[in-house]
Design a protein around this ligand. Structure first.
Ligand code: SIN
Length: 513
């Protein structure tokens, strides 16, 4: 294996950016099918620091063909997406789910079973049936660990932690934009290098960090969206950011701890300051309505009561069964002095999932040649306006599979570019001023949140304010110099502007209608 830090002419057949479920599942499948291909995975922090490992709920898969059916899962997904899903994609994802699940189980991923040895299927908002496979309340972590273990055993995969991909290089040939490689930053050595590739797979997750309240980890800064946009790839539906209704309104604020949707599926109620349930006023499904409905209802309740949060009431539930199914949530609440069997749990909606992203077809291919996108950073057509709970890990598996099949068939057409690019800034200043950028990030989060949650959005005004933040960011770096906090913040600004412009375009569409 080449040493990516020694060799000045670095190359790899496939570069995967991100180490969540999409990148790892794609890498595993591709490496097994084509041991002749070299695969590099770069991830900007440690490999396990992903949105995947935070996913509590699980994977939506039809496994009980008596009570449930593909048709019902398809119908629930379409209904949640509010008319904006792509039916062909929904059909493909739902019908492929059992095969992808089988592959996860084959590598040792464990999902809970009942005393009869059948899957212990959970229920979540918007699902008409119990169909969520889960590993207690840490399903994502279980999957992440099993995939990482396999990845480390495959000789043609090199997993590079603390390597942040900064930009993708492209060439234009016969009027087509082709991606040829990437510049990356090695955090520990403080250097920037260039690597040539035949294929890039973006699996960079979402952009929850653009909002004041989010369940997403600090790394979710929209890097993949911004990089893809710079190559000219089409980005769509970024106006559809999903707010999860039940982020814990106590303890850490960024990210906020998530109380899984599965808790409501288990029978928890949402109540106001007076201890009264109020969701029936908004939707007959009450706690089991989709996330957009429940979050909007909570926001309206908060506006009319001038309170900061509502509550999740678990006091009527079987204590032992609850503790057994939700050990991580219980332990976290207990640490903060909240005992779910006797206390109300304070909750608020928080930015949770980016339903749009880099536009891809059914094989994960973007509008730029040999650039793929899979997982939350991709807009596949599965989610429409609002993703159905526990469809995200499923989407990641199905599209990683599709992309892998496509790459192994087509990669022979893609040759390495002969151009070896040289980074403008091979060595970065030692002192990265994170503190000043943290202040700018907070300002950006306030702007984006206020814009997104306002009834009278003024896209032009906010765009101007964002441009002013860009000027402030530029004033923090010396001429002819870049820093990593600057690059990450620039990605956040780019992604924010895309969201704002797409919200503005959507408003126009609605006016036309
Ligand atoms: C949850 O457990 O509520 C989050 C899982 C998801 O986003 O689907």
């Amino acid at each position: 294996m080449q040493d990516l830090n020694q060799n000045s002419k670095l190359k790899t057949d496939i570069l995967i950016v991100g180490s969540g479920i999409s990148g790892l599942f794609f890498a595993m499948k591709t490496a097994k099918k084509r041991p002749d291909l070299s695969i590099v995975i770069m991830t900007k922090e440690n490999a396990q620091n992903t949105n995947t490992q935070l996913a509590q709920g699980g994977i939506a898969v039809v496994t009980d063909y008596i009570k449930d059916s593909f048709e019902q899962h398809i119908k629930d997904t379409l209904q949640s997406g509010d008319g904006l899903c792509d039916l062909e994609i929904v059909d493909m994802v739902v019908k492929q789910a059992p095969e992808r699940l089988k592959e996860l189980v084959e590598i040792g991923t464990s999902f809970d079973k009942n005393e009869k040895g059948e899957w212990n299927l959970g229920l979540e908002g918007g699902h008409s049936q119990h169909r969520i496979l889960h590993h207690k309340d840490s399903s994502g972590l279980e999957i992440e660990k099993k995939l990482l273990k396999i990845i480390k055993e495959l000789p043609n995969i090199e997993l590079l932690e603390n390597h942040m991909v900064l930009d993708i290089s492209t060439e234009i040939k016969k009027n087509k934009t082709i991606c040829t490689g990437a510049f990356f930053y090695h955090k520990k050595r403080n250097t920037i290098k260039y690597i040539r590739t035949r294929t890039i797979m973006l699996c960079t997750g979402g952009c929850g960090q653009l909002f004041e309240n989010t369940t997403n980890p600090k790394i979710a800064t929209g890097d993949g969206i911004a990089m893809a946009a710079r190559t000219g790839a089409t980005i769509s539906d970024m106006e559809y950011i999903q707010f999860h209704p039940t982020a814990l309104a106590a303890g850490e604020k960024n990210p906020m701890f998530l109380i899984s949707e599965a808790v409501r599926g288990f029978g928890a109620h949402i109540v106001n300051e007076d201890g009264k349930r109020f969701l029936f006023k908004y939707d007959a499904r009450a706690e089991l309505a989709t996330r957009d409905v429940v979050s909007n209802a909570i926001n309206r309740e908060l506006q009319s009561s001038s309170k900061n949060h509502v509550y999740l009431d678990c006091r009527h539930l079987d204590r032992n069964a609850f503790y057994n199914q939700f050990p991580v949530i219980t332990a976290h609440c207990n640490q903060l002095g909240i005992k779910p069997e006797k206390d109300l749990i304070p909750i608020v909606p928080a930015a949770h999932y980016q339903c749009g992203g880099i536009k891809v077809d059914k094989n994960g291919t973007t509008t730029v040649q040999n650039l793929y996108a899979v997982g939350e950073c991709a807009r596949t057509g599965l989610h429409g306006k609002n993703r159905l709970a526990s469809n995200s890990l499923l989407e990641a598996l199905v599209f990683a599979h599709q992309a892998s099949e496509n790459v192994v068939k087509t990669i022979s057409k893609f040759k390495f570019s002969s151009k070896i690019l040289v980074p403008k800034f091979p060595k970065l200043p030692q002192l990265n001023d994170y503190y000043a950028f943290d202040i700018l990030k907070k300002e950006l989060q306030q702007l984006v949140t206020a814009f997104y949650t306002s009834e009278n959005r003024n896209a032009d005004l906010v765009s101007e304010q964002i441009k002013a933040l860009n000027d402030s960011a530029l004033s923090l770096i010396k001429p002819h110099e870049i820093t990593i906090p600057f690059i990450e913040f620039s990605n956040m600004l780019t992604t924010s502007l895309i969201i704002i412009m797409q919200c503005k375009a959507e408003k126009k569409e609605m006016c036309k209608g």
